[in-house]
Design a protein around this ligand. Structure first.
Ligand SMILES: [Zn+2]
Ligand SMILES: [Zn+2]
Length: 306
């Protein structure tokens, strides 16, 4: 739904047409996203009480995270045929958003950043989560149009998988450590690790004979999830941490506190939703989704700013 909002959906029927979600589910999620401060309701005619849903500032600021996930999906999951091409209105060029250090503008990688505890640090033992034994149905992410963001979410949108990948970036490689850090049942951990190996995020490597023991290392592809994770972290720091971020990052290369920015690879300006136009590499009719019109989108965005 947030993705479709970035494509210009605002009204109940617009979301429904793009995603085919059952009405009750759509109503529930719109209410939830409004409560969470991602959407705000705006009455769209004086004579009626009907509302449309517009992204708030917090919602619009999710755009860089979506771009970072999209770039990952384009690189690793699109079979060389990314669904979208992006035109950056500010420089007029086709662009590939990159996650970079906002101080030195170098592209970032997991190994280029160190971390220390921030004011909101504090380890709480994970409470066992119920209802998570089975993974959520990841095919739900593939509703509607083809999307590299959706394909990325098929990997990191499962909550246990997400937590396992996060711990891997903190250096966890072995089953026992993951199990104790996450308080996760061993059968669920085994299931998710097996799946992440199958998806190409981890490789399973033997580190001991007799008895044989294996550890799980992020592959090049797995390491490439860092940009998306760190961009989401920054959003969480800004909107959900009440000024007390749990972690402070330092960029090794420039020595400055690391604040990621998702920027245009051509002009190096930060990417914002309203500065982007799309060219589709697919026919919307094939997926039952509405046509995009840059013109109408630009007009809507102007209205949005007003
Ligand atoms: Zn830097
Ligand atoms: Zn640009």
């Amino acid at each position: 739904m947030i993705r479709e909002a970035f494509f210009g959906a605002r009204r109940f029927e617009g979301f429904r047409a793009a995603l085919g979600i059952p009405r009750a589910t759509l109503t529930d999620r719109l209410a939830r996203l409004t409560r969470q401060g991602i959407f705000r309701q705006v009455r769209y005619s004086k004579s009626s009480s009907r509302v449309e849903y517009r992204l708030t500032e917090a919602g619009l600021e999710l755009y860089p995270s979506f771009m970072a996930m999209m770039q990952f999906g384009d690189r690793w999951l699109a079979g060389g045929r990314p669904p979208l091409r992006l035109i950056h209105v500010l420089c007029g060029k086709e662009c590939y958003p990159t996650v970079a250090c906002s101080a030195c503008h170098q592209r970032v990688s997991a190994t280029g950043v160190t971390y220390r505890n921030g004011p909101g640090a504090g380890y709480r033992a994970a409470r066992p989560m119920h209802r998570a034994r089975r993974s959520s149905d990841s095919t739900q992410y593939l509703r509607g149009r083809p999307s590299s963001v959706s394909r990325t979410l098929q990997i990191i949108g499962d909550r246990w998988s997400f937590l396992i990948i996060r711990e891997a970036f903190f250096g966890a490689r072995r089953f026992e450590r993951l199990q104790s850090e996450l308080n996760i049942a061993s059968n669920i951990l085994a299931d998710r690790l097996g799946r992440l190996v199958g998806q190409g995020v981890f490789e399973r490597r033997k580190y001991q004979d007799q008895p044989e023991r294996f550890e799980y290392r992020l592959t090049t592809m797995g390491m490439d999830l860092y940009g998306a994770l760190v961009t989401m972290m920054t959003w969480g720091d800004r909107w959900l941490s009440r000024g007390r971020p749990p972690l402070i990052l330092t960029h090794r290369d420039c020595g400055k506190d690391f604040v990621p920015t998702v920027e245009c690879d051509r002009c190096h300006q930060p990417i914002k939703a309203q500065d982007m136009q799309y060219r589709l590499n697919y026919a919307p009719a094939d997926f039952g989704v509405p046509e995009l019109s840059d013109r109408s989108k630009a007009i809507r965005e102007r209205q949005n700013r007003l």
